[in-house]
Ligand binder design. Structure first.
Ligand code: HEC
Ligand code: HEC
Ligand code: HEC
Length: 118
C-alpha cells in the first residue's frame, strides 16, 4: 500500500469510528411508528421519527412525559398528567402550523383517532 492509500484507509477508519461513537453517544430515538391509546374515540397512529426529524426538538413533547414506552397512560392513571393534555399539545402545534401555512398534522378527531385497535 502506498502512503496515499494508507492515509485514505486511516481516514475512512476514523470517519467510521466517529459515526459509531456518535451513534452510541446519542439519545435512543425509540420506536418509529407508534399507536397511542385514545380511549373510546379510538387508537391514534403516531409517526415518531418523522416528528423528530421535522421538529428537531425532543422537548416539544417530552416535557409532558418521559422518553419511555407507555409513560403517558401510566402518568394519566396516577393522576400526574391530565387526560387529553398530550392530545391538546398535539392539536395546538398542528393548528399553529396550519395557520402559519407550514407542513402540519391532523386537527380533527377522526383524522387522529382513525383506528379502533392498535
Ligand atoms: C411530537 C412528539 C414527540 C417528539 C418531538 C419526540 N417524541 Fe419521543 N415519544 C413521543 C410519544 C407519544 C412517545 C410514546 C409515549 C408512550 O408510549 O406513552 C414517545 C416515546 C419515546 C421513547 C420511548 C419509546 C420507545 O420506543 O422506547 C423514546 C426513547 C423517545 N420517545 C425518544 C425521543 C427522542 C430522543 C426525541 C427527540 C429526538 C423524541 N423522542 C421526540 C412523542 C414525541
Ligand atoms: C392531533 C391528534 C388528536 C386530535 C385532533 C384529537 N385527539 Fe383525542 N387523543 C389524542 C391522543 C394522542 C390521545 C392520548 C393522550 C391524551 O390523553 O392526551 C387522545 C386521547 C383522547 C381521549 C381519551 C382521554 C382519556 O384518557 O380518557 C378521548 C376521549 C379523545 N382523545 C377524544 C377526542 C375528540 C372527541 C377529539 C375531537 C374533538 C379528539 N380527541 C381530537 C390525539 C388527538
Ligand atoms: C410541536 C409540533 C408538533 C407536535 C407537538 C405534534 N406534531 Fe404531529 N406533526 C407536526 C409536523 C410539523 C408534522 C408534519 C411532518 C412532516 O411533514 O413530515 C406533523 C405530522 C403529523 C402526522 C402525519 C400526518 C400525515 O400527513 O401523514 C400525524 C399522524 C401526527 N402529526 C400526529 C401527531 C400526534 C398524535 C401528536 C401528539 C402525540 C403530534 N402529532 C404532535 C408537528 C407536531
Amino acid at each position: 500500500m502506498g502512503n496515499k492509500s494508507k492515509t485514505l484507509a486511516l481516514l475512512c477508519l476514523a470517519v467510521l469510528l466517529a459515526s459509531v461513537l456518535a451513534f452510541a453517544d446519542g439519545q435512543p430515538r425509540g420506536a418509529d411508528g407508534m399507536v397511542l391509546e385514545g380511549g373510546d374515540t379510538g387508537w391514534v397512529p403516531f409517526p415518531h421519527h418523522r416528528h423528530q426529524d421535522a421538529l428537531g426538538d425532543c422537548m416539544a413533547c417530552h416535557t409532558l412525559f418521559p422518553q419511555k414506552a407507555g409513560s403517558i397512560e401510566v402518568l394519566k392513571a396516577e393522576g400526574k398528567l391530565k387526560k387529553k393534555a398530550v392530545m391538546n399539545n398535539c392539536s395546538k402545534c398542528h393548528r399553529n402550523l396550519v395557520t402559519a401555512g407550514r407542513p402540519s398534522g391532523p386537527t380533527t378527531c377522526k383524522q387522529c383517532h382513525s383506528r379502533k385497535e392498535g
